[in-house]
Design a protein around this ligand. Structure first.
Ligand code: GLC
Length: 607
């Protein structure tokens, strides 16, 4: 490091050292392991390439860089999108043309086919899956992205390793040092104790939280699939080594690190093993470690839970944890609204998000690589006569297309007959009816619904994240059923290859792909143009007088916007707040009221 870099590093370390040491000692009471950690922080900071050190300095000067309204993400599977990492590099122009300036590369580290959980079972944190390329290709891609001002995000799967990871192999061979990095039991009594209090993640595809391995004669904790072995963070060696992996990956040129399944990382007998206090200690330490070594890198927490459990992962103003969290409840409440055409719950949800401190930044999305779990506010729904189990069944039946009038298509996921708790899989376009549409009119309605949902997503504060393929209305892909390694996991229905023939129609406005692509593009440009989309804007919901029409207001720096979103297939006339309003798309001006098409929306500017 140059003198200046060294003094910057030391200043960052000094800022966090005491708190980091305090938390580390509270958790591990091990001074020599802490000293080792500090040495390694220095080493990883030193190893950052000059371009990344420059990025660090620039972002230290502007720590709120990720809060600006110009960010638009896309999450993509490297192989589905472009074959391999070099292929993605060659297709950056396509992403740019879609307005994307942040890509989430879905898991690409080495994993064993057939035991991979879509890459979430990592066999080696330092090697790229060979068919996707090499670490060198990854650096070339991140450099190319940065030259185009595109940020790069990747997953850090920290709750578990694959059973093919060398630690797991050694543990399985009976090496005590490595067994202590996982949860190994030589008899079923403790696993049985855990099962009394720990819920199941995959009740149908991978029941139970432990797996018995006959070859070694041990029960191993496997919260997710049997080949995903939970790491034991009670062991400081696990924490230190995983932090070195985290920093190694950050040093490949990452801007955002998604910490996968983070609520699960700390286990205690007699608890649910979710969201325990020590999880927050670890995330807080990661935040400080990142700020010390690679201050341009931010943390995105994957907490797919109800709001009261999500929000604590932001930490506090003085002791922040994640920079960004998924807005999961708004996502599933949006789909509930599609099925019920009743916006009351969504309105309440948006009001509670708007009531949170403005420094909390969410990542908004309609669909992602996972299923939609119906984590709705059931106490509220019950007041309106919707009970949890029958309502989940109603939603699933609706999106399966079994309800009269439903045009959606998709499949159930982890249908648990004991709890009635099935989740749902499908792409946005298929769930909006594009797959079943046969006439021009049906296609137009499906496209409008798809764009209305995106318009609602983009109207919210935070970072909008598109699911790759949604920009061209990609449909469900049923070919996973022919692949024995995937057939049992219906999430692959929405993990199809990007249909490049469909993408080729993106400038043809007579096609649904062209209509969605250009519609989204217009929305993104408007979002960038108008200051009222800043994350620190005031946001509130409007009473539209119609239960199936959602209204949102935004105000920032003298600019006021209103968004109206019609979840009904009938046209509407909606009363407007006082004044004259201009439709940002057509330029038409309204006062008193405004017309909405079936499943249409309006973005209005107050004049
Ligand atoms: C996260 C991922 C999901 C994966 C799980 C286990 O929830 O989003 O796809 O199955 O973690 O790693």
């Amino acid at each position: 490091m140059t003198k200046q870099e060294e003094s910057r590093f030391q200043a960052r370390l000094a800022r966090h050292h005491d708190e980091l040491r305090w938390l580390y000692m509270e958790l591990y009471d091990n001074g020599s392991m802490f000293a080792e950690l500090c040495d390694q922080l220095h080493r990883f900071a030193d190893e950052r390439r000059p371009v990344l050190k420059k990025r660090d300095a620039a972002r230290e000067a502007e720590p709120d860089w990720y809060k600006h309204r110009d960010l638009l993400g896309s999450m993509l599977y490297i192989d589905n999108f472009a074959g391999n990492l070099n292929g993605v590099r060659k297709k950056l122009d396509y992403l740019e043309s879609a307005g994307v300036d942040c890509i989430h590369l879905m898991p690409f580290l080495d994993t064993v086919p057939g035991r991979s959980d879509g890459g979430y079972a990592v066999a080696d944190f330092r090697t790229v899956r060979p068919d996707l390329g090499t670490m060198d290709d990854l650096q070339k891609l991140t450099d190319a992205c940065h030259r185009k001002n595109i940020n790069v995000c990747m997953d850090f799967v920290m709750n578990h390793t694959s059973c093919d990871h060398q630690w797991a192999r050694r543990a399985r061979a009976g090496d005590g040092e490595y067994m202590s990095r996982y949860f190994f039991y030589d008899n079923p009594s403790i696993p049985a104790e855990y099962e009394k209090t720990v819920p199941q993640v995959f009740p149908t595809t991978a029941p139970g939280n432990f797996t018995y391995f006959e070859d070694c004669g041990y029960w191993v904790m496997t919260t997710f699939y049997p080949y995903q072995w939970d790491l034991n963070y009670h062991n400081p060696r696990v924490f230190n080594e995983m932090m070195y992996n985290f920093l190694f990956l950050a040093n490949q040129g990452m801007d955002i690190i998604r910490i996968d399944a983070v609520p699960y990382i700390w286990k205690e007998l007699g608890t649910s093993c979710r969201n325990l206090d020590k999880v927050h200690t670890i995330v807080r330490m990661m935040r400080m470690i990142g700020e010390i070594v690679c201050p341009s890198v931010i943390l995105l927490g994957e907490v797919v839970m109800e709001p009261v459990k999500v929000v604590p992962y932001f930490g506090t103003v003085d002791k922040p944890e994640c920079h960004l969290l998924y807005n999961v409840t708004t996502m599933c409440t949006t789909w509930h609204t599609v099925a019920t055409r009743d916006t009351r719950l969504l309105r309440g949800q948006l009001d509670s998000v708007a009531g949170l401190p403005k420094q909390y930044l969410f990542l908004n999305y309609l669909r992602c690589h996972d299923d939609i779990g119906w984590g709705l506010d059931y106490p509220t729904l019950r007041q309106w006569g919707m009970e949890e189990v029958p309502h989940k069944k109603y939603l699933n039946e609706f999106f399966l297309g079994h309800t009269p009038g439903s045009v959606s298509r998709g499949e159930l996921y982890n249908d648990d007959p004991t709890t009635g708790d099935a989740r749902f899989c499908g792409t946005t376009a298929s769930m909006c009816g594009l797959e079943t549409a046969r006439t021009d009119e049906e296609r137009a309605l499906a496209v409008r619904k798809d764009l209305m949902l995106h318009a609602m997503m983009l109207f919210q504060s935070g970072i909008p994240m598109l699911y790759s393929g949604d920009e061209i209305g990609q449909l469900n892909d049923y070919s996973y059923k022919d692949d024995p390694a995937r057939a049992g996991d219906s999430r692959y229905i929405h993990r199809g290859k990007l249909p490049w023939d469909r993408a080729a129609q993106r400038s043809d406005l007579s096609t649904p792909a062209g209509q969605i692509f250009s519609g989204l593009h217009e929305l993104e440009s408007l979002r960038r143009e108008h200051v009222a989309f800043e994350a620190s804007a005031d946001v509130w919901t409007l009473d539209t007088g119609d239960i199936s029409v959602l209204g949102i207001g935004r105000y920032y720096d003298g600019e006021m916007l209103a968004g109206l979103f019609n979840f009904d297939t009938a046209p509407k006339t909606i009363p407007l707040p006082d004044g004259t309003w201009r439709d940002l798309h057509s330029g038409a001006e309204y006062s008193g009221s405004a017309p909405l098409e079936p499943c249409g929306y309006l973005w209005l500017l107050h004049l």
